[in-house]
Every structure is written in structure tokens, then in C-alpha cells.
Design a protein around this ligand. Structure first.
Ligand code: ATP
Length: 241
């Protein structure tokens, strides 16, 4: 049984459908990428998983149970973490205060233990625990955003464009931390990326979306070997494989 499953999900905004029969799964401790051109529906997939959008048809299951009726906050309690692409930190607050904001569902004893575990995972954040986040580098701010999503000890983290706005060396560092988290916490990741080579290098499997449909679902290494990425991205292929 997969940790997360979307089965034949169709949804959209107002009366315009954006996703068409999207079927997607993430197993425990798996890193899965979602790629596709602008407007393909990647963020819409995330909004549907978090419960900000309801499926018009189809189902979202987590741990084998349908969660279509669960509010976003209930999905966080079930174990789904989310790192949005923008506005993912509180810039005027310190690192510690940002982590506290991620912990609103925890009692204070659990929270203190959790924070120490996170500081062990992100030593640079412990050194800067009392620094205001807006004074930190882009890479460090992204570390804060990941750590904040990890406070509730999720089994699955949705990560919207880890590489956005970062220099290459920070991008590598972010993906190394994701790999550390996977290794140490057995957390699964579902990652939207515009930086296709990076996501294919760092994930086990990847879905390609185009016009709201899944046009390919393969082991990430297979995308590189099959050499049809340009075609999938720019059009020409309409079927799955
Ligand atoms: N709140 C909204 N109201 C109406 N339409 C929307 C809304 N959000 C997204 N859309 C539309 O849904 C489609 C898919 O958008 P989505 O943001 O999911 O794509 P994306 O693949 O994440 O794109 P990008 O890579 O540019 O972020 C687009 O046509 C977009 O205009």
C-alpha cells in the first residue's frame, strides 16, 4: 500500500477543469518528482493533496484511507507536511519562533524535543536560532522552511520548487538535506521542480504532467535514458507509458 495515492483525480477552479484523471502514488521513504511546463497543474496537485481544493471526481488516500473530507489542518495532523514555494517563512521572526509556528499542534514537551532533533539535523539553524529570518541567506531561509515543515514529524513532505531562487551550491545543499531527512527519518518527499536535471538526479521516481494529465511516470533515471524529455515537455506525446 502506498503512503499517498491520488486515483483518477479531476478538479479545477470555478468551472474550469485543470487536472484530468490524475493518478499518482508515493511510497513510504520515497522521493518523487513532479515536472511539467508552466501551467501544467503541478501546484494544483499539491493544493488537492493538502485539501485546499476538492476533487470533483476521484479520490485522495493517505495511509490507505480516503481523506477527501479532511481539512488542511487535519491532513497536517495525519502526517503531511508542506513547504510552499513563496511565503514559507515569517521573515520578521527568529528561526526559533518560525519553528514554534510550525508546532501549533504539539504540546510544549514534545515540541522542545522535536526542536532539538531538528537542530541536530540542521546545525546551521541552531547556530542562528535567535537570528531574524529576513537577515539570512536565501539558502538558509529555505532550510528554515523545511525545518518548519518537519516540526510535526511528517511521513510525507510536499516541497514546491526547492531550487527556486537559489544558487547552484545552495540547491545541492538543499537536496543533500532532503536525502539526510529521508535516511534518518524515513520521510517521503513529493517535489515539484522546474530544474529538471536536479530533480531527476535526486528522486527515485518522477511524474511528468502536461495540460493537467500525467504523460509519463517512470524511475527518474529512465527519463534520462529514454531521451524524450523535450518531447514530453514541449508537446507531441499525448499518451502515458
Ligand atoms: N486560483 C486559481 N484560479 C483560477 N485558475 C487557476 C488558479 N490557480 C491556478 N489556475 C490555473 O490552473 C492551471 C494550472 O496551474 P498550476 O499553478 O497548477 O500550474 P503549475 O504547473 O504549478 O505552473 P507553474 O510551473 O507556472 O507554477 C493554470 O492554467 C492556471 O492559470
Amino acid at each position: 500500500m502506498s503512503l499517498l495515492e491520488l486515483e483518477d483525480v479531476t478538479t479545477g477552479y470555478n468551472d474550469v477543469s485543470v487536472l484530468h484523471d490524475v493518478t499518482l502514488a508515493v511510497d513510504r521513504n520515497e522521493a518523487v518528482g513532479v515536472i511539467g511546463p508552466n501551467g501544467a497543474g503541478k501546484s494544483t496537485v499539491f493544493k488537492t493533496i493538502m485539501g485546499y481544493l476538492e476533487p470533483w471526481s476521484g479520490t485522495v488516500r493517505y495511509g490507505g484511507e480516503a481523506i477527501d473530507d479532511a481539512k488542511p489542518s487535519e491532513r497536517v495532523k495525519l502526517g503531511i507536511g508542506y513547504v510552499p514555494q513563496r511565503e514559507n517563512v515569517f521573515p520578521k521572526m527568529t528561526v526559533r519562533e518560525n519553528l514554534r509556528m510550525g508546532a501549533y499542534t504539539l504540546d510544549s514537551e514534545t515540541y522542545e524535543g522535536r526542536i532539538q532533533e531538528l537542530f541536530d539535523l540542521f546545525p546551521r539553524l541552531e547556530e542562528r536560532a535567535d537570528q531574524k529570518v529576513r537577515t539570512m541567506s536565501g539558502g538558509e531561509q529555505k532550510m528554515v522552511a523545511i525545518a518548519r515543515a518537519m516540526v510535526t514529524n511528517p511521513d510525507l513532505v510536499l516541497f514546491d520548487e526547492p531550487s527556486a531562487g537559489l544558487m547552484p551550491k545552495y540547491i545541492s545543499e538543499i537536496f543533500e538535506r532532503i536525502a539526510d531527512i529521508q535516511r534518518e527519518r524515513e520521510t517521503a518527499f513529493l517535489i515539484i521542480e522546474q530544474n529538471v536535471p536536479i530533480v531527476l538526479e535526486h528522486t527515485d521516481r518522477t511524474y511528468a504532467l502536461r495540460n493537467g494529465s500525467v504523460v509519463a511516470d517512470r524511475e527518474s533515471s529512465q527519463f534520462v535514458e529514454q531521451d524524450d524529455l523535450g518531447e514530453l515537455y514541449l508537446g507531441g506525446s499525448t499518451g502515458g507509458d
